[in-house]
Design a protein. Sequence first.
Length: 162
Amino acid sequence: MSKWFLTLFSSNGINKSDSIGPNSSSLNSEGAPHKYTKHVIKDPFNNRKVIAKVAKSAVGVYIFEAPNGICYVGSSISLYARVTSYFMPSILAKADRYVLRYFRKHGFQDVTLTLLILEPGSSFEMAVELEQYCMDMLSPKLNVDMVASSSGYHEPLSEEWR
């Protein structure tokens, strides 16, 4: 089996791997700054119980990937709460961020969620480092700011990015 992508199929319907899904051949856990366990969840909007099962009290990175390959990368010290906040009607109605406008317009049909769960005891700074690594490797189109930030605040776009 290839060292680049090892998938273990579990009986609970979650794919667990040691690298991540979008452009998986360009990213693997060997080059990542921290060890993680990968969970791939199809149709996350309708599989919140599955998300809760693997992400409750977890620190890590989340990647939403649309069928057209467009993706979004984020991190959190509370993955379940952060990921499921994207599904809240009040948050989607507000659509004050580019990724939310995309999901409001296109919905979550055929979206895949990849969770990179860091080891217990990992810090949020470690999650931000892993998020930056993923952003550098994947160049996610739905991220406006390509610099991972632990503040939760994104700086205005530079003239270069505009």
